[in-house]
Design a protein around this ligand. Structure first.
Ligand code: FAD
Length: 526
């Protein structure tokens, strides 16, 4: 066999994705977009999903990258909004994260901040953050309102755009809230009807290995044996291929992020035209936090908590107290979460995308973000033959590992900066031994100089300067710039600039429509 025949023999033509949750269908769409499966080119992509094992069914918050992905995959925004109970998300509002609510009440102060998606206007005015720290935006002006407009838009219950704007464009930066089960269905329809992906409903009962240690085939309960050159493990927390079959270890991170359990309740609106916040609401509680997401037809809510710091019964009581009468007769669903990630994400001829790859609590909606990003990377880097696979896998593993570490660091920041002392959960979270050294180093650096783009130089960080600024200063992190005061001498100019931002924010709130009103219009006229 000559070299070209040898390469041909090892060519990767068939791919089987096991699992039909959002991760599986995102992987199917991204792979099909890049590899363009047809009979003519011999590329075949098949998604096998069990009709008996349910998907996780939660995962309702996204980040703006989802907008880019939908557009890239050729999915219409209007169809997506209509099919998946979608609403717009302009960020996350964190409530009671800084202090115990009792303390806030006693002080008469507020205890919330927005982590918005619009970039702060720090590139337009160098040192803007420093002038905000000098109180030049006005004593009561939060960081987010001083440097951007979107906080005002969120507070006013407005949409990020109006009906005349083209799909995927907004006057502010936005992502979506969605119904996860309906989103999987839409991705399935798109992959099978327009991208050439085959769909098989069957449960994998056995995975067979070749002598090389690669996966040779899967055996199913109703469709017999299915062979493939490459396998994608999207079996959720089950991790059937990468974890159970290939034995890739799980690195537990619950010593850093303690929340390992969730209770979810779907709450109907009291009346169908109720206002819908255009942000996720995250309210801190004694052993974790509650998410509250408004879709078109209901709210998705849940309490994410640490089982070491709260019993399930107590957690349910906390969630029901938060929801009040609206949840009186509603069922609650318990979800156990594995916190951490795999030692490697691509091993032999198998890559994991989704909960099989890793998971941390959904505080910043990182699930779909990481799975979408890694599915896109898998597809774009996908090798044409087996010979070139191990080096591609090595690169993939380095990048994905770094993404998870950075996500964990950013989530931990929210807890580490809190001054809450009403439970052991919050005290334990401030123990430096539970904090990644890289985060401790950054915080040490930012005590005396402003966070800067140079601190995020890798170019592959999931969360960047703007995200850190909103959380750091939303949580009243103190940067002491007194030794550098000589650098910040443009106070008058800064005051003018803050005024302009404020005025622009106010005029934007006069232009944008009510959030529910826009969603209704898209359903009617879109
Ligand atoms: P699953 O949905 O569990 O799907 C697994 C699939 O594998 C199913 O189709 C199942 O049938 C199939 N399967 C399993 N075993 C077999 C077998 N033997 N044979 C055949 N098929 C099999 N993400 C966000 O981005 N934003 C959020 O706000 C958010 N909130 C979350 C809240 C909670 C409490 C949790 C736990 C997660 C949250 N996530 C969030 C993460 C989000 O749910 C996941 O990113 C997403 O749903 C992907 O799940 P998945 O497809 O990997 O797994």
């Amino acid at each position: 066999m000559n070299n070209s025949e040898n390469q041909q023999a090892k060519a990767i033509r068939s791919i089987v994705i096991v699992g039909g949750g959002t991760a599986g269908w995102l992987a199917a769409n991204h792979l099909a977009k890049q590899l363009k499966p047809t009979e003519a080119n011999g590329i075949k992509i098949t998604l096998v999903e069990s009709p008996n094992i349910p998907t996780i069914g939660v995962g309702e918050g996204t980040v703006p990258m989802m907008r880019t992905s939908l557009q890239y995959l050729g999915i219409s925004e209007t169809e997506f909004i209509k099919d998946c109970e979608v609403t717009f998300k302009q960020g996350i509002k964190f409530v009671d994260w800084l202090h115990n609510p009792e303390k806030t009440k006693a002080n008469g102060g507020g205890n919330h901040y927005h982590h918005i998606f619009d970039y702060p206007l720090i590139n337009e005015f160098e040192g803007l953050t420093a002038y905000w720290l000098k109180n030049l935006a006005g004593n009561e002006t939060s960081f987010v309102d001083a440097v951007a407009f979107q906080g005002k838009v969120c507070d006013a219950g407005l949409a990020p755009k109006d009906i005349t704007m083209p799909e995927f464009q907004g006057q502010t930066n936005y992502a979506y809230h969605l119904d996860a089960a309906k989103f999987s269905k839409l991705l399935c329809k798109h992959a099978t009807q327009t991208m050439g992906v085959d769909h098989v409903l069957a449960e994998v009962t056995k995975v067979e290995l070749a002598e090389t240690g690669d996966i040779k085939s899967i055996h199913t309960d109703t469709q017999g044996e299915i062979n493939a050159d490459f396998f994608v493990d999207c079996t959720g927390f089950n991790a059937l291929l990468l974890g159970k079959t290939l034995g890739v270890k799980f690195i537990d991170k619950s010593d850093v992020l303690f929340a390992d359990s969730a209770l979810a309740i779907q709450v109907p609106y009291e009346h169908p035209e109720q206002d819908i916040p255009s942000f996720t609401l995250s309210t801190a509680k004694q052993a974790g936090w509650i998410w509250d997401i408004g879709l078109t037809n209901r709210r998705g809510t849940g309490y994410v908590y640490s089982s070491k710091h709260s019993s399930d019964d107590k957690a349910e009581q906390v969630l029901r107290n938060y929801l009040g009468k609206s949840a009186d007769k509603l069922d609650v669903r318990k979800i156990d979460m594995n916190i951490g990630y795999r030692e490697t994400f691509w091993h032999k001829n198998c890559a994991a995308i989704g909960l099989s790859q890793g998971f941390v609590e959904p505080l910043e909606a990182t699930g779909l973000l990481v799975f979408d990003a890694t599915a896109k990377m898998l597809a774009s880097q996908f090798p044409a033959n087996r010979e070139h696979m191990d080096i591609v896998a090595k690169n993939f593993n380095v990048r994905v590992n770094s993404s998870w570490e950075k996500v964990i660091e950013f989530i931990k920041l929210h807890y580490f900066l809190s001054k809450r002392d009403d439970s052991q959960f919050w005290l334990d979270n401030r123990d430096p031994d539970t904090c990644p050294q890289s985060l401790l180093d950054r915080l040490q650096l930012w005590k005396h100089q402003l966070p800067s783009a140079y601190d995020f130089a890798s170019g592959f960080e999931i969360f960047n300067l703007e995200n850190y600024l909103y959380v750091l200063y939303g949580m009243q992190f103190h940067t002491d710039l007194s030794a550098m005061a000589y650098r910040y001498t443009e106070s008058d100019k800064a005051v003018d600039f803050f005024k302009q931002i404020n005025q622009h924010g106010l005029s934007l709130t006069e232009q944008l429509p009510n959030h529910r009103e826009l969603i209704n219009k898209i359903h009617r006229f879109g």
